[in-house]
Design a protein around this ligand. Sequence first.
Ligand code: KMH
Ligand code: ZN
Length: 272
Amino acid sequence: MTTPVVITAAIVGAEVMREHTPYIPYTPDEIAAEALRCRQAGAAMVHVHGRHDDGTPTQDRQTYKEILDRIRASTDLLVQFSTGGAVGMTVEERIEALDLRPDMATLTTGTVNFGDEVFLNSLPMIREIAGRLKALSIVPEIEVFDTGMIDTARRLIGEGLLEEPLHFDFVLGVPGGMGGSVRNLEFLVGSIPDGSTWSVAGIGRHQLPLARRALELGGHVRVGLEDNLFVEKGVLAKGSYELVEIVVGEAELTGRPLASPEEAREILGISP
Ligand code: KMH
Ligand code: ZN
């Protein structure tokens, strides 16, 4: 039977600002409204970051609480918190909202150049975040910006900080990280432990081609304004929901049914 595709909408991020697109949500109300549009379009999960009202990124617990409460009040979406936050944040900041018990949270298993900056994730930092996720029984989505991050995830299994089966998200096309080619995606898919699940988040113009290949390969897909602003060259998406709609159309063509949030829970091993 064909595996339903879990579509995750990355609707906020920490880097995209109103100067880049007027459609990026900042406040909890705006974020929840965009989440609802993505659910209506076919997404099963949202990946969220916190913002202050002026758009500055924040991992503040109260902000995340408002986001989580509002999304849960209006949708059945699974909610995934970022533990990456923004470049330069401390681990303590990055994990302070986790006790709100989102359905899932990210875990980046290595350091990567991130444009002109460095997204720092030393082994002690990774262990601290993984340890908190484990203590709170939150299923991690392992963010892979480069191949070695898969090896580090395997190392953490050996250390008892991660438990199989793992779920990976390949973030491809960040300037400084692994490029957004289909070949890179195929290599990574062949490199993860047997029994793992995976999705792809292509950055910029790589988003939709990689999503298409993921649908063909039986993987899952992340799209949204965190990673890409355009539905086609020069045409801004009016929200992450428009990018979800494109993937839904492609899923139909590929014969992949859409996972509901309940089905996504089962696929990703998230207990109710
Ligand atoms: N904003 C990036 C530095 C995550 O959400 O966990 C990190 C990021 C990954 O977005
Ligand atoms: Zn993120």
